[in-house]
Design a protein around this ligand. Structure first.
Ligand code: GLN
Length: 451
């Protein structure tokens, strides 16, 4: 832990951490050592983690990357972080993220942009770590945490994992408790591990997963031994290759990486089959209606009365207005506007209801595909990491980043990003393994073949 505290301090130029908790880390490590000395052994004894600053941590400020939560210190601990501490893990600090997890490059945080530790060959310009779990990805890639928690609403674990050469797992919706995690889009949000290997992801997943009576959407089914599942064979499993996942302008080297991935799985005894997910092209517009709709409702609670920032005004309405105007950044305001628009009486049927129907069609596409295959393989992202400052003023270009990741959130199925190699200019690329609902075991096992 002491070495990781030093590494965390050394990595400060990346701006991965919003809050460092070195004293807490050392005290937790000492307590874990003491229990171990008594012969007690737990799954994550003494492992120093970074926690995405969307998870409420008792007594430690939790910002969600937003000014509006300034000064908010939870009096409770999220279920998932509590499970990690109960398994012996140690908290190094709270990690930077896009404001309320809205973004794909970690450039919307009130606490500043995050830099990836990677550089293009022969080009020293700073790169984005991806987002929204950009602090988590940068910290793990820079060895400033052994692993980190992330959250994934439309790709926020998988895309930053692929940009920084690490492993990221978005579990099945309902697998991990969302209790105590600041809500973005409640029907899409999932917690998951971001690690340096598939084995680490399997171990951490086993600790994070499980039913929680405090989250009515968490599902009460047994948590398997993911670590043990990795020892099983993938021989005879069928891998689906969706023909609709070829987007215009996708670099040839991403296509090559994908073919390489298929070849590796074949070598391991898996059988590739072409599958069709015909509604894929509607996934992005559907997501960018449903996610803002839910966000506009979830974010209504930040009114200057209950949490964090308050900017006074002559009336209660003025206080709300002043607080929200000063407290939310541009991207969050854009989403609240889109969300309230698509939910408004006159447009609800045309946008929100339509999006819900398409969401069902997308989920059905996967159900049909999984009659022909056990997992699906795709690229995680249509590009490698881009330079800080690129795509900043074009929200739609940024939304396009999520083209391969949002379908899994809409369908509720698990998805894993595994590093698969480097681009021609030396940047990490990732492949995505999608699985059947609650079949994280097979997803991890197949991911292990690729890493
Ligand atoms: N990039 C997507 C968005 O901005 C996904 C974010 C996420 O998964 N939290 O909504």
């Amino acid at each position: 832990t002491a070495a990781y505290v030093t590494a965390m301090e050394k990595a400060r130029p990346l701006n991965a951490y919003i809050t460092e908790t070195p004293d807490q880390a050392l005290a937790m490590a000492k307590a874990s050592d003491a229990r171990r000395a008594k012969g007690e052994s737990r799954a994550m004894d003494g492992l120093p983690l970074g926690i995405k600053d969307l998870y409420c941590t008792k007594g430690v400020q939790t910002t969600a990357g937003s000014h509006i939560l300034g000064g908010f210190t939870p009096t409770y601990e999220s279920t998932v972080t509590q499970k990690l501490w109960d398994a012996g893990a140690v908290m190094l600090g709270k990690l930077n993220l896009d404001e309320f997890a809205m973004g794909s490059a970690n450039i919307t945080s009130y606490y500043g942009t995050v830099e990836s530790p990677w550089r293009k060959a022969g080009d020293n310009r700073p790169l984005v770590p991806g987002g929204s779990s950009g602090g988590s990805a940068a910290a793990v890639a820079a060895h400033a945490a052994i692993a980190a928690t992330g959250t994934d609403t439309g790709g926020s674990i998988r895309q930053p994992a692929s940009f920084t050469g690490i492993v990221g797992l978005k579990p099945t919706y309902g697998r991990c408790s969302r209790w105590g995690i600041v809500a973005f889009a409640s029907s899409l949000d999932q917690a998951g591990p971001m690690t340096r290997s598939v084995t680490d992801a399997a171990i951490m997943m086993g600790v994070m997963a499980g039913y929680d009576a405090k989250d009515s959407t968490s599902v009460d089914i047994a948590v398997p031994d993911y670590r043990a599942a990795l020892d099983g064979s993938v021989k005879g499993l069928r891998v689906g290759i969706p023909k609709e996942y070829r987007v215009d302008g996708m670099p040839a080297e991403i296509e090559r990486q994908w073919q390489q991935g298929i070849a590796w799985l074949k070598e391991a005894g898996m059988e590739p089959v072409e599958v069709s997910l015909p509604h894929t092209k509607h996934a992005l517009p559907t997501y960018y209606i449903i996610a803002p709709a839910e966000a506009s409702s979830n974010l209504a609670r930040y009114d200057g009365v209950r949490y964090g920032l308050r900017v006074e005004g002559d009336s209660l309405d003025k206080l709300y207005e002043n607080t929200r105007a000063a407290g939310f950044g541009a991207e969050v305001k854009r989403r609240v506007l889109i969300g309230t628009y698509v939910l408004s009486a006159g447009y609800y049927d045309a946008y929100y209801l339509k999006a819900q129907k398409i969401r069902t069609l997308i989920a059905d596409d996967f159900k049909k595909a999984y009659q022909q295959c056990d997992v699906i393989l795709t690229p995680t992202s249509p590009s490698a990491a881009f330079a800080l400052g690129e795509k900043m003023d074009d929200p739609v270009a940024m939304y396009m980043q999520d083209v391969f990741t949002v379908p899994a959130n809409l369908a509720g199925i698990p998805g894993l990003s595994v590093p698969s190699g480097l681009s021609s200019d030396g940047l990490p690329l990732g492949l995505q393994v999608l699985g059947k609902a609650f079949d994280e075991e097979t997803v991890l096992k197949v991911g292990r073949v690729i890493e």
